[in-house]
Write a protein that binds this ligand. Structure first.
Ligand SMILES: CC(C)(COP(=O)(O)OP(=O)(O)OC[C@H]1O[C@@H](n2cnc3c(N)ncnc32)[C@H](O)[C@@H]1OP(=O)(O)O)[C@@H](O)C(=O)NCCC(=O)NCCS
Length: 164
């Protein structure tokens, strides 16, 4: 399993990962995913200037996961998201993707990296907590889902101060 920065040529494979993981309900994006539109948005991130960036996780040359970083409304605070195909989990890929995003955020001069996660996503919460992310709050009944229900999300973040 290797992590590298994404190129435009990866955009469709990355969108297909999101489409597959969205079927589980573990990420904010809901199924069914418009793969072409999602690939176009990945291309914009990959080709654009600024701190927004994306990475792919490869297993034997096949894209099995990805991570992305984008700016938030708060200057110096970047937000991340990641997803790995179910069959490729538990082999260190999530931690490797997270390390890549942390390194990039530091190089960009960001002072904090944040994310949102469903409160029942124990695997992701454990990964982030083990990498120094702490829960900063709960966005209660914040996200309207396509079935009409409302979901809460945990806000987790990690400061990127000197010595980290
Ligand atoms: C969250 C996710 C990215 C983790 O990726 P992964 O490749 O399985 O994680 P790793 O193998 O690198 O494991 C890193 C750490 O995560 C935690 N972890 C991973 N799977 C876990 C599980 N099933 N239960 C509890 N903790 C788990 C552990 O702390 C683990 O560290 P350890 O191996 O030293 O115990 C992956 O499960 C995934 O893509 N899930 C679906 C999408 C998703 O939830 N994205 C995040 C939304 S915010």
């Amino acid at each position: 399993m290797t992590v590298r920065e994404a190129t435009s040529a990866d955009a469709e494979a990355m969108a297909l990962v999101i489409a597959a993981v969205a079927e589980e309900g573990s990420i904010a994006t809901e199924a069914p995913v418009d793969v072409a539109d999602r690939a176009r948005r990945f291309r914009e991130t990959i080709e654009g200037a600024g701190p927004a960036a994306a990475w792919v996780l490869e297993d034997d040359g096949r894209v099995v996961g990805n991570a992305g970083i984008h700016e938030t409304h708060a200057a110096g605070v970047l937000a991340l998201g990641m997803a790995i195909l179910a069959e490729a989990r538990g082999r260190g890929g999530g931690r490797a993707l997270l390390e890549a995003t942390l390194e990039h955020a530091r190089v960009c001069g960001a002072h904090k990296l944040e994310l949102e996660v469903w409160p029942d996503n124990t695997a992701a919460i454990a990964l982030y907590a083990s990498a120094g992310f702490a829960v900063e709050g709960v966005r209660r009944d914040h996200y309207r889902r396509r079935d009409g229900s409302l979901r809460s999300a945990l806000l987790m973040a990690r400061p990127l101060g000197d010595g980290d």
